[in-house]
Write a protein that binds this ligand. Sequence first.
Ligand SMILES: Nc1ncnc2c1ncn2[C@@H]1O[C@H](COP(=O)(O)OP(=O)(O)OP(=O)(O)O)[C@@H](O)[C@H]1O
Ligand SMILES: [Mg+2]
Length: 359
Amino acid sequence: MIELKDISVTFHQPDRQINAVKDVNLTIDKGDIYGIVGFSGAGKSTLVRVINLLQRPTSGEVIIKGENITNLKGKDLRRKRQSIGMIFQHFNLMASRTIFDNVDFSLKYSGKSKQERKEKVTELLELVGLSDKHDAYPSQLSGGQKQRVAIARALVNDPEILLCDEATSALDPKTTLQILSLLKELNKRLNLTIVLITHEMQVVKEICNKVAVMENGEIVEKGDSVTLFSQAEKELTQTFIRTASHIDQALETILNSKSFIDSSNDVWLIELSYIGSQTNEALISQLYSRFQVSANILYGNVEIIQDVPLGSLVVSLSGDIDKRQEAVAYLIAEGVKITIVKADEPVEVEGVNHYARVN
Ligand SMILES: Nc1ncnc2c1ncn2[C@@H]1O[C@H](COP(=O)(O)OP(=O)(O)OP(=O)(O)O)[C@@H](O)[C@H]1O
Ligand SMILES: [Mg+2]
């Protein structure tokens, strides 16, 4: 559906040049909900604006449905752009026009009759759940409702692609979930391909089947969401994921808690991550029956990414030291990823990771 080939965007300023996007290659398939994640200034908006040529690339090619559109101009470009809708963080509605007119406005040059336009706008407002707001003004709507209007407006020309630039960043968590579920529904119902920029991994987790992580204009890691969430290789990706799962906060709380400090002699604190239906409970109870190692669960979290459960557990292990080593080796052999958070002696088991404390 979308192919970006060797895309670079350079901005020239009087005193310096900014390489906002560097040599990006990205393929987005029809029906994907593709997340683009990165900190502020990473180049996400610039990259996504290249897709509809709101931003012309300095070099590289933009291919939409097999057609190279990089050099399109004027009428041809406008026609092509109609197949690509876009929504933003700040909705960009016209304050002096009703909701109906805000959506209708984008049909002005569509060649449709007044009646056809009315039917189209009515249908779209119903699709986004705002049938009762035709005559309201933007100032009378909540943030979530305004974003629904913006979505309806972006869909007037039946686009096949919807670009979302931080579309939920101005919304509270509950409204964010509602808008995300609307986007998911539109993706399913209209077979809409969605490209979604965000700085929150939480958003990606909710709806994206694929994700690319950007830093300094480059894509540092990309792939399908389950693979990325379960085996991210790059530190930046891991930072995003760990922030979203609150695991680092949990570890810090445990490490600083008095009851843990008082009882932490002779125990190892470890983190287990596992994917799929491997049940932690069964494994944990095996540790005692096989190795006489007791595992005390201090924190647990399961994320469901694209219907696949990804679990994290923080447990303290106590028992004979040699047996603890064997227990850890056993868990690794069972496909569990093990990170040693705290141990008073070196844990020499092949494949373990060591936790780097966040300050
Ligand atoms: N029109 C422009 N002229 C000059 N520099 C620009 C322009 N647009 C963006 N930049 C610069 O390019 C870099 C990438 O900006 P971009 O807006 O793509 O980042 P972003 O990842 O979307 O950030 P945010 O999360 O804050 O929206 C930044 O350093 C920015 O200052
Ligand atoms: Mg941006």
